[in-house]
Design a protein around this ligand. Structure first.
Ligand code: AGP
Length: 632
């Protein structure tokens, strides 16, 4: 979604601001803009609808330059994508960029209009610009006396805001910064971090945008407001007290966000899965026993107390949760429910305080997942666990336990390696809950060979990266199917048991990047309605692992064939399938037991990717979507 970059330094900062915006492009946006204080201290602004490249063209045309500036990529919430709605928004010599949503903006706007402030956009953000200006002016409902400087004015303004924001503000001829120009930042709900550099100080909504200038970062807490000059960073917390926040060194490498030889980030991320899984499972080392400590210091005690599991997540992360539900109930014998975070947060549910609440999120920023976690905590849940790919994210900081997947930065909007590493983490969680519930034998065989179920599952997990690597070799066969899908309007995906969520994930991938309407069904549901859709034009993708439901699934496939439907079957070896009229078959290298979903989903990722390639869509930045959904 929206992205922020800001800088105050010794050198011309336009190149940094523009390269920062390019780094944030993956988050999804529809317009971009920047504002700088030029050599004379005057505010200059350039904005453009569309890509950052269009903004770059305008910046070059206008000759915009300066040592202090803010920049933004906007993903429309209030007002259509248009240059007039692009950030920064200005009010008499000050400029603001904003991520998040101001819930009381309509009321504030009315008050500000009554004070004579004229609005030129449909955004909630412009309200903030005028509100800061009103605080600087004083003598109104927002401030009795004029604020001493921009820092004070922003602190005054945020006290009137309801909702979520990450803000960066600059002002020409800032009185409090007469010696040195400054950049003011504030955070509530939306992520914002500061960069501590050699040549100055920086701000961004995503650490990756800072890597070109520094690895030393400060993560702002909710309520923080800061003043950045070239020499110093001054922070005030939500209680109005000066505060020092820890400077951490980011472990992100700049290479991790480079495309390298790949055509798209999604392709790169699909092929990175063996490595991502290997990194995520690294903490197992060669140990024959799982240690609960991998989920946090209190994990052993908490796992021993829980009598049920509640999983909260959105999108792909929720499908990881749905897959885990099958594992947790089967292996740990604990009741497990999975709820879409945006529903749970508003539903009147009945809390069970002994439940383990698991929030799953690649980004750790998803507004609905974070709100669902807050809702669960407000309902008395204390046993909370985050499974997340971003260690510094809000979600991770708010749970009692945490497991950080090590997928590395995921840039493609369509989630791939984050999903498979979430599955690996959830399988580890399942094993630990099973152990705590006395469901996994810890006894070694008398002959000294450890063949306990725990050991066997750990061996399978450790082999997973190799198994995924073998699966990736099927790409040419899958690519050959893509041509036949690209001209279809609709597709059905069928799975059973713990492959049903994988069918759901397969349809989400296809919808997101190829814009083909796809629906997933547990195959047994077919004759309860969706069979009516099947004809020779309907491709039906079947996930057919060699498990105990295979014969049932074959019967469901007969129902499709009998109606002329075209079957595209991903089968494990030795499933007794034959390629033939109306039946297209790709054989996966091996059946992988309970972990089979991790392999089958990779095949579906490749199918979606190649269909999108044939269709020529924008694979990494599909229309209307954002990488992290940081607003409701
Ligand atoms: C996945 O391909 C999607 N882009 C989307 O469904 C995503 O999984 C969802 O928005 C949740 O994101 P999170 O994992 O960062 O919370």
């Amino acid at each position: 979604m929206c992205g922020i970059v800001g800088a105050v330094g010794a050198t011309e900062c336009t190149p940094f601001l523009l390269s920062g915006l390019r780094t944030l492009e993956y988050r999804g946006y529809d317009s971009a803009g920047l504002a700088l204080l030029d050599a004379s201290g005057a505010l200059v602004r350039a904005r453009a609808k569309g890509r950052v490249s269009e903004l770059e063209r305008r910046v070059a045309e206008q000759g915009v330059a300066g040592r202090v500036g803010i920049a933004h990529t906007r993903w429309a919430t209030h007002g259509v994508p248009a240059e007039r709605n692009a950030h920064p928004h200005v009010s008499r010599g000050l400029a603001v960029v904003h991520n998040g949503i101001i819930e009381n903006y309509a009321e504030l706007k009315q008050q500000l209009q009554a004070l004579g402030y004229a609005f030129t956009s449909d955004t909630d953000t412009e309200t903030i610009a005028h509100l800061v200006q009103a605080c600087l002016a004083g003598g109104n409902a927002f401030a009795d006396a004029p604020a001493a400087d921009l820092f004070a004015a922003v602190r005054c303004a945020v006290a009137h805001l309801e909702g979520a924001y990450a803000l960066a503000v600059v002002r020409e001829e800032e009185p409090g910064c007469s010696e040195e120009p400054c950049l003011i930042v504030a955070r509530e709900g939306s992520p914002l971090m500061l960069g501590v550099g050699e040549q100055g100080h920086y701000a961004a909504s995503d650490a990756s945008a800072l890597l070109s200038v520094t690895r030393r970062m400060i993560y702002l807490e909710n309520g923080d407001v800061g003043r950045l000059t070239r020499e110093a960073i001054e922070l005030i917390d939500g209680q109005g007290q000066p505060v020092a926040r820890e400077v951490v060194t980011s472990s992100l490498s700049a290479d991790a966000v480079e495309l390298g030889d790949y055509r798209h980030y999604m392709q790169k991320e699909i092929f990175e899965q063996p490595q991502a899984l290997g990194n995520t499972l690294e903490m197992l080392g060669g140990a024959g026993r799982l240690q609960p400590g991998i989920f946090g210091a209190d994990a052993e005690a908490i796992f021993a107390e829980v009598d049920a599991v509640l999983i909260l997540a959105c999108g792909t992360s929720s499908y990881a949760g749905m897959t885990a539900r099958y594992w947790i109930e089967q292996l740990a014998n604990l009741p497990c429910s999975v709820e879409i975070a945006s529903e749970y947060r508003y539903r009147h549910s009945v809390a069970n305080p002994r439940q383990l609440v698991v929030v799953i999120s690649q980004s750790g920023e998803t507004a609905d997942t974070l709100a669902a976690l807050h809702h669960a905590k407000a309902m008395g849940h204390t046993r909370t666990l985050a499974i997340c790919n971003v260690p510094e994210s809000a979600i991770v900081r708010e749970t009692a336990l945490r497991f950080i997947t090590r997928a590395g930065p995921e840039i493609g909007v369509a989630s791939t390696k984050a999903f498979t590493t979430q599955l690996a983490a959830l399988f580890l969680l399942t094993l630990l809950l099973a152990k705590a519930n006395g469901r996994l034998s810890n006894e070694s065989a008398n002959d000294g060979v450890d063949d306990s179920p725990e050991q066997a599952f750990l061996t399978e997990l450790r082999h997973l990266p190799v198994a995924v690597e073998k699966l990736l070799a099927l790409e040419p066969e899958i690519e050959a199917w893509a041509q036949r899908f690209a001209h279809k309007q609709h597709a059905l995906f069928l799975g059973r048991g713990h492959h049903y969520p994988i069918a759901l994930e397969g349809t989400l991938k296809l919808k997101e990047i190829s814009y083909i309407h796809a629906e997933a069904y547990p195959a047994g549901e077919l004759k309860h309605g969706p069979l009516a859709l099947v004809d020779a034009e309907m491709p039906v993708v079947v996930i057919a692992p060699n498990d105990e439901l295979l014969e049932k699934l074959k019967a469901n496939m007969q129902e499709v064939s009998a109606r002329g439907g075209q079957l595209y079957v991903f089968a494990d070896g030795c499933c007794g399938f034959e390629q033939g009229e109306g039946v297209n078959l790709i054989r996966l290298p091996e059946h992988y037991g309970l972990l089979s979903p991790v392999l089958h989903v990779v095949a579906l990722q490749l199918l979606a990717y190649h269909v999108a390639l044939v269709k020529g869509t924008d694979v990494d930045k599909p229309r209307n979507l954002a990488k992290s959904v940081t607003v409701e």
